[in-house]
Each structure stands twice: as C-alpha cells, then as structure tokens.
Design a protein around this ligand. Structure first.
Ligand SMILES: Nc1ncnc2c1ncn2[C@@H]1O[C@H](COP(=O)(O)OP(=O)(O)OP(=O)(O)O)[C@@H](O)[C@H]1O
Ligand SMILES: [Mg+2]
Length: 320
C-alpha cells in the first residue's frame, strides 16, 4: 500500500482515521483537528463514566438512608423475638418432659372417669402429631428469625449505622488469611484457593470492614463455580501509592447485561434465601470510604476477576 493511500479503517471505534494526502495543503491542520476530535470523544466518555458513578453513589446514599431507617425499626422487635424464642424452646422442652411423666402415670388412672376424658382430649388435639410437629415448627421458625436477623445486620452494615469504626494500620494478608479461614467451609468443596501474595506495606484502613469486602468477593467466587472443582486465585500487589487485592474465579462469569447492575443494592441472580444482593453494594461503599476502587473483569463461561485498589494512607477524613 503506497503512502498516500487514504486509510479507512479506524483502529478503535473511538478513533477516527486520519486522511493523509501529501499533496493536500491542509493535511497538518486536518490531522490536528482529528486528534482534538479524538481527545474530545475520550473526554466525553470519561465525563459520562463519572456521571454514571455519581448517579450510582447518589442512589446508594439514598437507599442507604432508607435501609438504615428500616434496619433500626426492625432490629428491636427481631432482637426480643429471637431471645424470647430461646426461652420458649427451653420451656417447651420442660413441658414435654412433664407430659411424658404424666403419660407414664396414666396407667394408674385406668377405669376412672379421668382416664376417659384424657383419652378423648388426646384424640381431639391429636397429641402424637402435635408432639412431632412442634419441634419442626420451632426449628423452621428459628431459621426464619435467624435469616431476618442476618438481613437486618446486612442492612445495618450496608448503611454503616453500627459505627464501631477504628482506623488502624493493618496487614491485609492477615485479614485475607483470617477471612479465608472463616469462609473455608463455604469454599473447600467447590474450589482450590491459590494464594499469590506480593509484598504489601501495612495499610491505614478499617480492617474489619475490608474483611467483609474480601468475604463477599470470596463467597461470590465460590457461588459462581458450578463445575465439580474450580480455582480461586487470591493475588496482592502494589502500584505506586496503592495496594491491590485481586480475587479471580474460573466460574460462570457475568453477562454484559448484568455487569452494569452487580453493584446495585438487592441485585442478585441467586435463589431466594441464598443471596440478598447486598454483598457488592456493601463492598462498594466500604471501598469508596477508603477512597479506593473496585474493578471487575468478567467473561461469561470463563470466570471473573475483581480487583480492589486502596491507597496506603488514609489521606482524608472519613466521608459520611
Ligand atoms: N464472582 C462472580 N461470578 C459471577 N457472578 C457474580 C460474581 N460476583 C457477583 N456476581 C453476580 O453479582 C450478583 C450480586 O452480587 P452480591 O454479592 O451483591 O449479591 P449476592 O451474592 O447475590 O447476595 P449476598 O447479599 O448474599 O452477597 C450476584 O447475584 C451474581 O449474579
Ligand atoms: Mg454476594
């Protein structure tokens, strides 16, 4: 191809081809204009992304306020139902023991009018069925209340109303290792964990909140693995004044449609009871509070990589 051929195909969709013509007196001017047009297109894209991020954080802030209110209202009643429930279970156990003793003494009442009344009532209330069903109902209710409690706790964490926060210098590898221990049960049958730790300085952070972020990412990675056994890579490293933590799985990946929604509160693709859809929005809020960022790279069918980047120094006071 000779030099003065008009090049047509742009390198990327955002880059316009520069028509070059040696004999054209305006070639330089045209090239300059094309460059500034490219710059403007890029700037426009950056602006759009920034605007989307702003909308995202606004949305999270208002939902956070709503969540804080709901969590506050529900927390108290759930608290006393939960603690009453334990007493109720104990009392029921005592009543069943008492009933068993009465039943063993029943033989001595044979032939008396009491015996007939007891037998009639036993049939009417279906005592045998009732004795079987009560423990099942109690167990199901306990699980239900425990789930409500977990959701309320998630909502409180999400909206940061439980303000027991201490900024400290922490070793993120320690946090990652302890989190991996906690979630080990959830992961060990599904995936092998491969740790590829770099050398990290201590980071000024809210260590327990960062652990929550790691936990969410690790559990999500495990949930995404549907083949008999997958691999989750946990990598760390530094980049200038920042440190980064990467969690990569070889699971289902995320479809492009879903990718733009995964940080939305309550967005979940998991069945009822398995996910509330708060994990990533909560993580987003925590990382943002550290003036860091979360990047995600995913390919359906291949897997997903989340990267959390955090500044080593807490440069500004906490944003509320
Ligand atoms: N590593 C991953 N691989 C595939 N999909 C993912 C991954 N991480 C997140 N997702 C998708 O993003 C959705 C939202 O994740 P998020 O952690 O916010 O909520 P969740 O895991 O569904 O529920 P929970 O509140 O219990 O964390 C998930 O339901 C899933 O569809
Ligand atoms: Mg999750």
């Amino acid at each position: 191809m000779s030099d003065d051929t008009l090049t047509a195909a742009p390198a990327t969709p955002t880059t316009t081809a520069t028509p070059r013509c040696a004999s054209c007196p305006h070639a330089d001017r045209l090239a300059e204009l094309t460059r500034s047009n490219d710059d403007l297109t890029q700037l426009n894209e950056t602006l759009q992304r920034t605007q989307e991020q702003l909308v995202q954080s606004e949305k999270l802030a208002s939902i956070g306020q709503l969540a804080a209110g709901v969590a506050h209202e529900i927390n108290n009643p759930v608290g006393y139902v939960f603690s009453n429930f334990s007493s109720l279970e104990r009392y029921l156990g005592d009543l069943f023991r008492m009933l068993a003793l009465y039943e063993s003494a029943e033989a001595q009442l044979a032939g008396s009018p009491h015996a007939a009344r007891i037998a009639a009532l036993r049939a009417e209330i279906e005592l045998d069925y009732l004795k079987e069903d009560v423990p099942t109902l109690m167990a199901e209710s306990r699980e239900g209340i425990a789930r409500v409690r977990k959701i309320v706790q998630d909502l409180k964490d999400f909206s940061h109303v439980d303000a027991r926060k201490e900024w400290e210098w922490a070793d993120l590898h320690k946090g990652l290792d302890s989190t991996l221990n906690i979630v080990n049960n959830e992961i060990k049958y599904k995936a092998e964990i491969v740790r590829e730790y770099g050398t990290l300085p201590e980071v000024q952070c809210l260590a327990s909140e960062l652990n929550q972020v790691f936990m969410n990412l690790l559990v999500n990675a495990a949930h995404a693995i549907h083949k008999p056994r997958g691999t989750i890579h946990v990598r760390t490293g530094t980049a200038g004044e920042n440190v980064w933590v990467e969690i990569e799985d070889d699971g289902s990946g995320i479809s492009p449609d879903n990718l733009s929604r995964i940080f939305d509160p309550f967005f979940t693709t998991k069945p009822v009871g398995k996910g509330t859809g708060l994990g990533l929005s909560l993580s987003y809020g925590i990382v943002k509070k550290h003036h860091g960022r979360i990047d995600v790279d995913s390919e359906p069918g291949r897997g997903t990589r989340f990267r959390v980047t955090l500044p080593v120094h807490r440069d500004l006071p906490e944003q509320t």
